[in-house]
Design a protein around this ligand. Structure first.
Ligand SMILES: O=C(O)C(=O)C[C@]1(C(=O)O)C=C[C@@H](O)C=C1
Length: 390
């Protein structure tokens, strides 16, 4: 409950002589307001711990019933409700971050989750993992996208985080290729991360001769680089965080990476928001052994193999149109590994359709599609994610 600031205390706590109580009420003092914050914080800590106790009980129920600790659908619901109930001056992003960390902490009371992502630390994959799971999980940075799949397959971690596509640059072939290999893993959730690139280094801008980054990040800043750093050569490395490591030790070098990577590797921000498209979003998939249950606001990712014949694709897609189902992504992918010598090569297609594979209109369409193509795999049904800032 908000309380009125006490009568005319100074910052040091003493009273001002000769001033009336009415004056003091009109002009709140720093000490008075801080005292009020202290009182509110006391109530908050009690409430936070009460919430954590309930989460711990939920953990016991889940263990008894053999349910998983992480429920992305429930977490989305909790955040959406908090945002809709938040009427005050607190920015939306702050409410989101507070609840994300609260639930991250609640999960860690139930069990410490391990999440593999493309490292090193502070890569965009790592930031996407923090955006989805919060900081109270064990992030396991690995050297390649294939290694993320491997870690989940070998059960060294419960979840993996891989990039699927970027709004400026398109698909991430390494990830799609891994899905074509019958890995058996499912997409359990998606993370749409707003990507802001910085030019980072220890060299003044005019002296930069070499710029290091991941291929996709260089491509997303192509126009900015040609206009602002025409003298520099561009060098692809395995991740943006690795580029930051290089910029830390090499003379005349700079990296394109996140502001967080710059802080972590002690680099100066030479320029920020250098991405060519202001709306630069990378969509990541959380991969796991199982898909997510229906929430009513879902999306499914499908993998199709279609024969190389006139009209084959439109025949396969017709059931989606008939069922009134919206397709939000379609990517073709050469299926070299599956093609036999002497046969016309067939193509693989990745499709996103709105709805869960168990929703009756989707399952009905999938039944028809299955009969019209050579391979159909539901790579996962999962709650549709909101775009979050990196
Ligand atoms: O509701 C649950 O299933 C919980 O375990 C509680 C809680 C939360 O803190 O609100 C924590 C972890 C889950 O991923 C979802 C929500």
């Amino acid at each position: 409950m908000p309380t009125k600031p006490p009568g005319s205390p100074r910052p040091d706590g003493s009273s001002r002589p000769g001033r009336g109580r009415a004056d003091a009420r009109r002009a709140p003092t720093l000490a008075g307001l801080r005292a009020e914050i202290d009182r509110i914080d006391k109530e908050l800590v009690v409430l936070l711990n009460r919430r954590a106790e309930v989460a711990s009980q939920i953990g016991q129920v889940k263990e008894r019933d053999g349910l998983e600790v992480w429920s992305p659908a429930r977490e989305e619901e909790v955040i959406a409700r908090a945002l809709s109930q938040s009427q005050g001056p607190l920015p939306e992003q702050t409410v989101r971050l507070i609840f994300r960390e609260l639930m991250s902490g609640s999960r860690s009371i139930q069990r410490t989750l391990r999440v593999a992502c493309l490292g090193p630390k502070y890569s965009y994959s790592h930031l996407a993992s923090i955006a989805k799971f919060g900081n109270a999980v064990e992030h396991v940075p690995v050297g390649s996208i294939a290694a993320v799949f491997e870690e989940v397959n070998r059960r060294h971690v419960q979840f993996g985080l891989v990039p699927l596509e970027n709004s400026t640059d398109g698909r991430i072939s390494d990830t799609l290729e891994m899905f074509t290999r019958h890995s058996g893993l499912k997409i359990r959730a998606e993370v749409k991360l707003r990507i802001h690139h910085c030019l980072l280094g220890k060299t003044p801008w005019a002296d930069v001769r070499r710029v290091f980054s991941k291929a996709q990040a260089l491509s997303q800043c192509r126009h900015w680089l040609s206009k602002n750093l025409p003298q520099a050569t561009l060098h692809e490395v395995v991740s943006t965080a690795h580029a930051a490591e290089i910029a830390q030790r090499e003379p005349f070098a700079a990296a394109i990476a996140s502001r967080t990577a710059g802080d972590a590797y002690g680099l100066d921000i030479l320029a920020e928001n250098i991405e060519d498209q202001p709306y630069n979003v990378t969509r990541f998939a959380v991969i796991a052994e199982q898909s997510e249950a229906r929430t009513g606001r879902d999306k499914s990712t499908l993998l199709l193999r279609i024969s190389n014949q006139a009209g084959a694709l439109s025949k396969v897609l017709a059931p989606f149109e008939k069922g009134g189902l919206n397709l939000t992504m379609i990517e073709s992918f050469p299926s070299s590994a599956e093609n036999l010598p002497g046969r016309d090569p067939s193509y693989l297609f990745f499709l996103d359709v709105e709805g869960h594979a168990e929703d009756p209109p989707v399952s009905k369409a999938l039944e028809l599609v299955r009969k019209r193509c050579e391979r159909l795999e539901v790579l996962g049904s999962y709650p549709r994610g909101e775009c979050v800032e990196s």
